[in-house]
Design a protein around this ligand. Structure first.
Ligand code: RP5
Length: 166
């Protein structure tokens, strides 16, 4: 957890989503983006989830990230109760391995969008990077760190161009 006032709210539907959402939190930490993490469910604690979304902007949060599995309505519920951009991460916690969560998250009816990432840990990582890109439009320090992250990723890939046998 960051000491500065959080800019990103990371919400997951259950404590059981923790491992999948860890790459998201890790990237936010690496990029030194102030954030907070909450476990809120759209069906088990619907009022708390609604309150969180309704108060998010006034608290200073700029982006919400929501990870949930099964019939994943968490991201949509947050988006319905906030004007902040909401990034959804479908979690592969069900017998359908996240395909249900992907469709539930991405298929928001017109009017209330959720920026939906890939299923699972890769999507969680991308959610943090996408949040960084949104914040980088106005935050110079985050822009600088995100640019460096990209530069280093490219450099690492270039170092491996001829190392296919590793
Ligand atoms: C969803 O149901 C959560 O996001 C989680 O992925 C899934 C299972 O939750 P638990 O039964 O493990 O708490 O709401």
């Amino acid at each position: 957890m960051s000491e500065k006032k959080p800019l990103v709210g990371v919400v997951m539907g259950s404590a059981s989503d923790r491992d999948v959402m860890l790459p998201c939190v890790q990237i936010l930490q690496d990029l030194e983006i102030p954030h907070e993490v909450k476990i809120l469910s759209a069906h088990r604690t619907p009022q708390r989830a609604q309150e969180y979304a309704m108060e998010a902007a006034a608290k200073g949060l700029r982006v919400l990230i929501a990870g949930a599995g099964w019939a994943a309505h968490l991201a949509g519920a947050l988006a319905a109760n906030s004007l902040l951009p909401v990034i959804g991460v479908p979690i592969d916690s069900s017998p359908l391995k996240g395909l249900d969560a992907l469709l539930a998250t991405v298929q928001m009816p017109p009017g209330i969008p959720v920026a939906t990432m890939a299923i699972g840990g890769g999507g969680a990582k991308n959610a943090a990077l996408f949040a960084a890109q949104i914040l980088a439009l106005q935050e110079e320090e985050i822009s600088r760190r995100f640019t460096e992250y990209r530069r280093e990723m490219t450099a690492a890939a270039e170092r491996n161009i001829d190392r296919w046998d590793l």
